[in-house]
Write a protein that binds this ligand. Structure first.
Ligand SMILES: [Zn+2]
Length: 270
C-alpha cells in the first residue's frame, strides 16, 4: 500500500522522520507554508522560508525516495501583521513556478479578524489568477465553525473559482457539512494529543464516506507525529475496512486532488 501525506511541516522534523515515513510506504508529502512557532520580523525571513521548502526539503526527502511538494502562502496567524503580510503576499507569485510548488497554502483564518480576511482574499485572487490549487487552514483557536463559514463566504465572491481545486483542511465533524455541500475537498488533520485523533478520523470517514476526503498528520513543531497517519490506516484496517478502500483514502484521493497540477507525478490506481 502506498501512502501520500498531504500536509506536513518537514522543516520542523528530523531526517529520521523522513526515514520512518519511507519505511511506512509514504512516497510523497506536501509541505504548506505556515507559522514557524514564532512570529517572523521581516519579509526576508519568509523569502528564506519559501526558498527552504522549495529547495532544501525536496532534496532531503529524495534521499528517502519521497517526493516533496510545497504550498506557498502567507499564513493567517502572521497575517495579523498586515504591513508585513502585504509585503510577503507581493512575492508569493514568484515561487509558484518552482518545480515542487502545487499552489497557495496554507491560507485562511486563525482568529477570524479583518486583517486575516484581507490577506486571505488577496491570496485567493492570486490563486485564481494563476490557476493554482489552494490549501486552506481553518481556525483551531477561536471559532472554527464561524471561520469556516467566513472563508466559504469569501470564496463565494469568486464565481470563476473551480471548487475542485480547493481543500479545506483541519475540518471536523461540525464543519464538514458546509464544506462538502459547497463542493470543496475536505482534509482532516490528526493530532496525537489534542483535537482530531486517528479513531475520530476513521469514525468520520465511516459516517461521511471517502469521496473528496483527505487525511493528514500534524507533523510540525508542536506535539505531533507523522506516524499518526499510519495509525489511522491501521485503525481503518483493524475495523475490517478493505485494503482497497483504505488505499483509496490515503493514496488515490490525494492523487486525484493534487494531480490536478501536472507537476504532481503520482497517478491514482483508478
Ligand atoms: Zn499546517
Amino acid at each position: 500500500m502506498r501512502v501520500i501525506e498531504p500536509h506536513i511541516h518537514m522543516i520542523a522534523r528530523t531526517t529520521q522522520d523522513y526515514e520512518r515515513m519511507a519505511m511506512r510506504h509514504t512516497i510523497a508529502c506536501c509541505e504548506p507554508a505556515f507559522w514557524a512557532g514564532y512570529d517572523r520580523t521581516s519579509a526576508a525571513a519568509f523569502h528564506d522560508y519559501f526558498t527552504h521548502i522549495t529547495t532544501f526539503e525536496p532534496n532531503r526527502a529524495a534521499q528517502y525516495l519521497i517526493d516533496h511538494y510545497a504550498w506557498i502562502g502567507m499564513n493567517p496567524k502572521e497575517a495579523e501583521n498586515i504591513g508585513l503580510a502585504r509585503e510577503v503576499v507581493s512575492f508569493v507569485p514568484d515561487f509558484l513556478d518552482e518545480p515542487n510548488v502545487l499552489g497557495i497554502g496554507e491560507i485562511g483564518l486563525n482568529k477570524n479578524t479583518s486583517n486575516e480576511l484581507e490577506i486571505f482574499r488577496k491570496q485567493v485572487e492570486i490563486a485564481i489568477e494563476h490557476d493554482k490549487l489552494m490549501w486552506l487552514h481553518t481556525p483551531h483557536l477561536d471559532d472554527k465553525l464561524k471561520g469556516t463559514r467566513l472563508m466559504l463566504e469569501v470564496l463565494a465572491d469568486f464565481p470563476k473559482l473551480d471548487r475542485e481545486k480547493v481543500c479545506f483542511d483541519h475540518a471536523e465533524e461540525h464543519t464538514l457539512q458546509m464544506i462538502r455541500d459547497a463542493g470543496y475537498w475536505a482534509g482532516m488533520t490528526i493530532y496525537p494529543v489534542t483535537k482530531n485523533s486517528p479513531a475520530r478520523v476513521v469514525d468520520t470517514l465511516e459516517q461521511w464516506g471517502t469521496d473528496k476526503m483527505l487525511v493528514d498528520a500534524s507533523g510540525d513543531w508542536g506535539p505531533s507525529d507523522p506516524g499518526t497517519l499510519h495509525q489511522a490506516i491501521f485503525e481503518m484496517r483493524r475495523r475490517g475496512h478493505d485494503d482497497d478502500i483504505v488505499e483509496s483514502v490515503f493514496y488515490d484521493n490525494p492523487c486525484h486532488f493534487l494531480g490536478q497540477v501536472p507537476k504532481f507525478k503520482h497517478k491514482p490506481r483508478r
